[in-house]
Design a protein around this ligand. Structure first.
Ligand code: FE
Ligand code: FE
Ligand code: ZN
Length: 288
């Protein structure tokens, strides 16, 4: 069964149930959300009654609860010594919230070295993960990054070093197709990328795939997502990745941009299920 979903909203009023309903309205059987705004670290406590209603809704609507994903706010930076203590304590609290929500996976951007250099950044990230992971049952998934600014995690080697430095089993990887393209990995030859990943790290570490087209050419180090089939990766290459047998157990999550302030996910997911590109996507979403 294809595990397909998108980034959906979450608010403390409707809680997890609101996110489930949004995902179901797009025809999704998995989804990803932030427990608050992606760009800040303000978080409220979890409403347990809404959570239990959400579990029931998932069961009735074919949403695979065990594959639901939370994304940590992207300003968390374990790489940078200055904000390190805050990042560690925020992540510990975030893992508790994720556990309370019954979610097993938290996607994390490894961080940016902001002048400290790659090696120091990676060792800070490893130390941070080794503080957070033993206190939680949540698996933290390091996302592959585009290499924008001073981001680390843009190469297989970066990811391998971080994984090897971690002393606990609850660590994994989230691939992002836009980021891989922008980091310089050619998505038209995805199976070679997976071969190298498998040889260096192991495919079993890949627990989530962010499926995005890219607005920029191979190796641009930019990180601007595009709608499926509208960017430089292209529809067929993304379909090949989505349906790759080796990744069949990993949920595929769209983080493609809204079109004229409207979510494109229902229509993009239809295209993915039919394996047929819709050249009228912009008009259809705009008029939806
Ligand atoms: Fe991300
Ligand atoms: Fe992503
Ligand atoms: Zn991105």
């Amino acid at each position: 069964m294809l595990l397909i979903g998108s980034h959906v909203g979450y608010n403390s009023k409707d809680g997890l149930l609101g996110s489930c309903k949004e995902a179901a309205s797009y025809g999704e059987n998995v989804f990803m959300f932030y427990t608050g705004a992606p760009q800040n670290t303000v978080r409220s406590s979890i409403d347990i009654s809404k959570r239990d209603e959400a579990f029931k809704f998932m069961e009735e609507n074919g949403i695979v609860k065990d594959k639901v994903i939370v994304h940590a706010p992207y300003i968390i930076n374990l790489a940078n010594t200055e904000k390190y203590d805050f990042a560690v304590s925020f992540l510990k609290a975030e893992c508790k919230r994720v556990e309370e929500l019954g979610v097993h996976y938290l996607v994390l951007h490894p961080g940016s070295h902001v002048g400290l250099g790659r090696d120091t950044a990676i060792s800070n990230i490893i130390n941070g993960l080794n503080e957070v992971l033993p206190e939680t049952s949540v698996t933290i998934l390091l996302e592959t990054m585009a290499g924008k600014g001073t981001e680390v995690g843009k190469t297989i080697e970066d990811i391998k070093e971080m994984i090897n430095g971690v002393n606990y089993k609850n660590i994994g990887v989230c691939l992002d197709t836009c980021h891989l393209n922008d980091a310089g990995y050619d998505m038209s030859d995805f199976s070679s990328y997976l071969d190298s990943f498998d040889k260096e790290i192991g495919i079993s570490y890949i627990k989530c795939v962010h499926v995005n087209d890219s607005k920029n050419p191979l190796g641009a180090h930019k990180d601007r997502h595009d709608n499926i089939g509208y960017g430089t990766i292209g529809f067929q290459n993304l379909i090949n990745i989505i349906y790759d047998e080796r990744l069949k157990d990993a949920p595929k999550i769209l983080e493609t941009p809204y079109i004229n302030k409207k979510p494109p996910y229902k229509y993009e997911i239809e295209e993915i299920k039919n394996k047929t590109f819709n050249k009228d996507l912009i008009d259809i979403v705009t008029n939806s």
